[in-house]
Design a protein around this ligand. Sequence first.
Ligand code: A3P
Length: 283
Amino acid sequence: DGYLWFEGLPFPSIDYSYEGLKEACTKFVIKDEDTVMVSYPKSGTHWLIEILCLIHSKGDTTWIRSVSIWDRAPWLEIDTGYKLLKEREGPRFLTSHLPFHLFPKSFFTSKAKVIYIMRNPKDVLVSGYYYWTTTKFSKKPESLEQYFQWFLQGYVPYGSWFEHIRGWMSMRDRENVLLLSYEELQKDPRSTIEEICQFLGKKLNPEELDSVLKNSSFHVMKENKMSNLETLPETYVDKDFKITRKGICGDWKNHLTVAQAEALDKLYQEKMLGFPKELFPWE
Ligand code: A3P
């Protein structure tokens, strides 16, 4: 059906393999010095990676301008990323969209740090619709209404948004896990970046912090060929593909009908029962 199925969940079919997923989930050894960026797709993953890389280089832009984003923080569950990570020595940056229950168990006995970024599911849905419509490595939706139905059913890459959030939320009190949101990064990027620095035990002076802020901004990232995925070949993406599409909160209001928003709200109430509202920055 255009997906690769693993453990009952749909995954993109190109660059992912059943064996690769199985090995990543069950055999990968996370080390104490690793930093892992985790998210449900379209929640601001690339933005977070850019920020982490800039913090690491203390605001210097050489690394983010010379090495592609997926080489800097390879995706654990993608075959090419896994290969890079296995060969990498020293502290590593890793990225993953894996749901909590599939994440390598070696993490639980390690001191590795995980930063989980979440985003309003309505914006995740709209962003995902544009993304999967313009990429060739997964199932393409034919309309927003069709994608909307798929999203509610969890018939989208990495499965249900609700299950993803619920799973990772269970780790929220761990010392080595930081929960962030796209919304708080938008509202107050400076404080959020400072919070990340504190979590990572990094100290930046005000000029370095300014540079992290400036160089991870939407407009600068959009122009950085090493971060905007412009270098992806035509076999992967269509001409109108953009990872840095709009970069705002609330774009769902321009796309979802009242009935769609209500249906999503209803499912949200059911699925997120028991989770205090204060945990999430959206209404
Ligand atoms: P939109 O499609 O709503 O514009 P991910 O990296 O998880 O795939 O998420 C992609 C989303 O993050 C896209 O959302 C993209 O525009 C947004 N994004 C990427 N870089 C950003 C930045 N520097 N600032 C704000 N949003 C950014």
